[in-house]
Design a protein around this ligand. Structure first.
Ligand code: PLP
Length: 388
């Protein structure tokens, strides 16, 4: 389907709302019916009907159609956060006694779900280094129900060979899910590579303006419907119509924002790699990246999130460098218009910092929509500081 058609026309029903170019925010919890027969009919299939906004809502339906089409999926389900999309969907697929294989360096709350939450319901998880395909083969048990991927992940950017893992899973009747927030469907299409369910934190690139928290899962209609009719309706993680409208607004410019973020990141990572104060840059499209070939094989572009390590990785130097930035803000999250930075040390107690642990030394940076020169000047002045 044509990208321009998806972003501008698909799912929109302008004749039904005064030919307004921008769709209405259908801020209604509830929808009325003419007859009992009509409402009875609606209740038999809430998945396809506007009955009550914990289920479907017309503003959300526009977004649902667009996000499904972008992924090349049959259907989509929207959530009030990315982590709700991931955890509620997994809860729907798993039952007591099941086994999951997941990468060991996933998004922090996803990891917590595997380590602390699923064990309460007698679901076990084997966490593996997903860069080595044989680890997937070796971890499979008769009870393995699901393989969870995140490629690349968002601190060390490790990749998994998506097509190979999907092929393996299919041959064993195992479901696959991937967190594709980093690439978005514009830079990576996991469903075309054989993945069953694709999750995204729409808070990041889809929204793109740091003003909405949201999530989405896409896949075959039967799977999406199963999640909707059970855990989704029972836990109630629905997105609000206003948030859906903000995401529709963000989507219109997704290709431009993503491309800009990608190109600026290329310039800035190259500048950092050439800087004598920098020890190492981690970014999947860097010439020095250890999985560059796979990155080019399965990604059509690269997100604007990367990490780097200073040559002088003392705690005070990292902290001082971040504090000195004048325009790049210290904050979590990413995918918006503004460039951000957060060092790993922000989440490590000071007395546990280890200079010999690369994870501790990493500084994560996101490149937004500013002029690359503007950001480079800011980085240069913060790196140049000799006040240590
Ligand atoms: C932010 C993020 C999430 C969680 O999404 P929320 O919208 O914050 O709930 C999941 N995965 C990745 C890779 C993320 O960056």
């Amino acid at each position: 389907m044509d990208l321009s058609f998806i972003l501008n026309e698909l799912g929109e029903d302008r004749e039904n709302y005064f030919n307004a170019v921008s769709p209405p925010i259908m801020q209604s919890s509830n929808f009325a019916f003419k007859t009992v027969a009509d409402i009875r009919q609606a209740m038999t299939c809430e998945f396809d009907t506007n009955l009550y906004s914990r289920g479907q809502n017309p503003t959300l339906t526009i977004l649902r159609k667009k996000l499904a089409a972008l992924d090349g999926a049959e259907d989509a389900l929207l959530f009030n956060s990315g982590i709700a999309a991931i955890t509620v969907s997994m809860l729907s697929l798993l039952k007591s006694g099941d086994h999951v294989i997941a990468i060991d360096d996933a998004y922090s709350w996803t990891s917590k779900f595997f380590k602390s939450f699923l064990p309460k319901f007698n679901v076990t998880t084997t966490l593996i280094d997903g860069t080595d395909f044989s680890n997937f083969e070796n971890a499979i048990l008769p009870s393995t129900r699901l393989i969870f991927l995140e490629s690349p992940n968002t601190l060390t950017y490790q990749l998994q060979d998506i097509k190979k893992v999907a092929g393996l899973a299919k041959s064993k009747g195992i479901l696959t899910m991937i967190d594709n927030s980093y690439c978005t469907p514009l830079f990576q299409q996991p469903i075309n590579l054989g993945i069953d369910l694709v999750a995204q934190s729409a808070t990041k690139y889809i929204g793109g303006h740091s003003d909405v928290v949201a999530g989405v899962i896409t896949g075959r209609k039967a799977l999406i419907k199963q999640i909707f009719e059970n855990e989704f309706m029972n836990f109630g993680p629905a997105l609000s119509p206003h948030s859906a409208w903000l995401l529709l607004r963000g989507l219109r410019t997704l290709p431009l924002r993503l491309q800009r973020s990608f190109e600026s990141t290329q310039i800035i990572t190259q500048w950092l790699e050439a800087n004598e104060a920098i020890q190492k840059v981690l970014w999947p499209f860097s010439a020095s990246f250890n999985q560059l070939t796979l990155a080019h094989e399965q990604m059509q572009g690269c997100g604007g999130l990367f990490s780097f390590i200073l040559k002088d990785s003392s705690l005070s130097k990292i902290e001082d460098f971040c504090n000195r930035l004048k325009h790049i803000m210290i904050a979590v999250s990413w995918g918006g218009h503004e460039s951000l930075i957060v060092p790993s040390i922000a989440s490590i107690p000071e007395n546990q910092y280890r200079t010999d642990d690369e994870h501790h030394q990493l500084i994560r940076m996101y490149i937004g929509l500013e002029e690359p020169d503007y950001l480079i000047k800011d980085l240069a002045q913060a790196l140049a500081s000799k006040n240590q």
